[in-house]
Ligand binder design. Structure first.
Ligand code: SF4
Ligand code: SF4
Length: 416
């Protein structure tokens, strides 16, 4: 695609990056078939190619309107289009740049701005979010159905083994996950402990920065990123082998720290080191699969049929495909087919709150697809998808949903 960026953006780091991405797009339209919003709305401007064209117009100095902003807002940043694109267009990076530029030019209405500020300030604060969630659980029966559906059931963490192995890995605690499902990181610590690896958190680390990042607030997002780097750095210097992330949505963010802070003289190098050390929990477990297979061989087969929902952040963002499925099969689970598994469930960070109608349609389609193979249980790899799909399943078949690492933990907890 030929470009002629306006002077105000041409020689900026964002302008140069956007220009090189735009130039790769050859308008072929292959990405349209796998875009969930195009699939639902059938409008070119709700497709990757249409949005790319809109962002090009903005960067070439054409007038920007609230309608442009709406088309970009409706994008889930699921990056399904990246998986399909034969030209390697890094759409995820382009939409981050495009949204921020449009936000600066168009702004937000008072109501919309308030909603976004609440999300930005509430979700990353674990203590505040935990208190809100606990209060919500107490009055769940009195809340409107749509709000009550978002309140997840309490999940016991169980015991976390004390670190005692020579092999040590950091784990991202995150922000909403410790409040909603502390069982996920605890299960990960137990599984890794059996594999001879101690998992530990750094006290000062918290939100990965994805929430403000996707709400177009790079300044705040960078503060969270730098706080995590500062918290992890002494442990990295002391030999922590990896930074493990159990929510694939947060993982895509940590994997990008090096890129996001590449122009920050004080943090660029450290941020890249953190990204290099990042591992999704599936990558860590897959690397230990011979030892895991030996442990599992001593247990009874799982003997149950499950459906795996691969989050967009896992399959399109991190490009990790088939790894979790392989681990679950090795653990003795039969995996049922999930039609249109490349489509987003509609959770997408804060999307389910900011674009509720589209999100609901995507959730209904996802629940139907997951239930179609008659599984006894659904497994996934990201807390946002887990909570969102749980609400959909609860309103339908009531099939339970878990993080896949909890299933491996349960299998290993059986007597050997
Ligand atoms: S990121 Fe997802 S919703 Fe957005 S344009 Fe690409 S495929 Fe469509
Ligand atoms: S598939 Fe890639 S090159 Fe083709 S229109 Fe979509 S983004 Fe552009």
């Amino acid at each position: 695609m030929q470009t002629n960026l306006a002077d105000w953006i041409k020689n900026t780091p964002e302008g140069e990056e956007a220009d090189s991405i735009l130039r790769k797009c050859v308008h072929c339209g292959f990405c349209l078939a796998t875009c969930p919003t195009y699939n639902l709305l059938g409008d070119e401007l709700e497709s990757p190619r249409g949005r790319i064209y809109l962002m090009k117009q903005v960067m070439e100095g054409e007038p920007v309107t609230a309608k442009t902003q709406l088309h970009l807002d409706r994008c889930l940043t699921c990056r399904s289009c990246e998986s399909t694109c034969p030209s390697g267009v890094q759409y995820g990076r382009l939409i981050d740049i495009g949204r921020e530029l449009v936000e600066r030019k168009v702004g937000r209405s008072t109501g919309e701005g308030f909603k976004r500020r609440v999300l930005k300030n509430l979700l990353p604060q674990t203590a505040l979010f935990s208190a809100g969630l606990a209060a919500g659980r107490m009055v769940k029966g009195m809340l409107p159905t749509s709000l009550a559906a978002k309140i997840t059931a309490h999940r016991d963490a169980g015991e976390t083994p004390a670190p005692h192995h020579a092999r040590r890995m950091l784990v991202l605690a995150g922000c909403v996950q410790p409040a909603m499902a502390p069982s996920i990181n605890a299960a990960t610590a137990r599984v890794l402990d059996r594999l001879g690896i101690s998992l530990f958190t750094a006290a000062e680390a918290g939100c990965c920065g994805a929430i403000p990042h996707h709400l177009n607030d790079p300044h705040e997002s960078h503060q969270y990123i730098k706080r995590n780097i500062d918290a992890w750095w002494p442990h990295i210097e002391a030999g922590a082998e990896a930074i493990v992330v159990t929510a694939s949505g947060c993982g895509t963010m940590v994997a990008e720290y090096g890129h996001i802070l590449r122009n920050d003289a004080a943090y660029a190098e450290k941020a890249q080191r953190v990204s290099d050390l990042f591992r999704d929990v599936s990558q860590v477990i897959a690397a230990e699969s011979p030892a895991l297979s030996t442990l599992l061989a001593a247990r009874q087969p799982a003997n149950s049929r499950i459906a795996f929902h691969s989050p967009c952040s896992l399959q399109h963002g991190l490009k990790i495909r088939g790894v979790v499925e392989g681990l679950l099969r090795d653990a003795g689970y039969e995996l049922s087919a999930v039609p249109d598994g490349h489509f987003c469930c509609g959770s997408a960070g804060t999307y389910s709150i900011l674009q509720p109608e589209l999100s609901k349609q995507l959730l209904a389609n996802k629940v139907k697809a997951l239930e179609s193979g008659a599984p006894m249980l659904v497994a996934t790899a990201n807390i946002g998808c887990l909570a969102h799909i749980e609400a959909g399943l609860n309103a339908s078949s009531k099939i339970p949903i878990r993080h896949w690492i909890e299933l491996i933990d349960e299998r290993l907890a059986q007597p050997g």
